[in-house]
Unconditional design. Sequence first.
Length: 220
Amino acid sequence: MRYALLDGQRIEAQPKLRGVCLGCHNEVTAKCGVHKVWHWAHLKSVNCDPWWEVETQWHRDWKNRFDVDWQEVQLVDQATMERHIADVRTPTGLVIEFQRSTIAPEEVDAREKFYQKMVWVIDGTKGDNDAVYFRLGRSKVDENGFSYFSVIGRSKLFHRWHRNKPVFIDFGDEGFWRIAKFDPKSKDGLALLVDRDGFAKRAGSGATDFSEGGGPASSV
């Protein structure tokens, strides 16, 4: 995690510091090595947020597009007291989850149910050749920013993220795309090329929650 509480303040990890976890309120220690981004880690194994994943520079770069007060926000279901820490939650209540590792469909369902108003941003560069296959399988971008694509190779990226919530995939140098629709049977889809900073600005401004049109599974 990027932030912990120290003397009641949200603090980033610094060498030799100890703090308190924002989620479970157990003690955490700063991990400040040379091979991973500086972060906080629990001193002992605890039942904290099971949805948390190891943060990479990719996660950090995306979070940095948003106000620090919107990052790593703890949310609580008052009926069940279930607690989770959203990667980003804007003042209008929009949750943005930055996902790099592969997670089970059941967990994806659970997150969507818990957060409700949310969008997914997926690291499309993690899988072998996914970004290259996408480039080779898509058409040129039209005047409105759309591109038709067909899945080639053995990539299952679009099948895994065939969701009703809005899904954006970050393919690094191959661009940042909203998956407008995808048919798992034909393996054909439609994607919209999106400016990363423009996405962050629109999400943070409250101008949209990107729910119009839904995700690739809800498109007509």
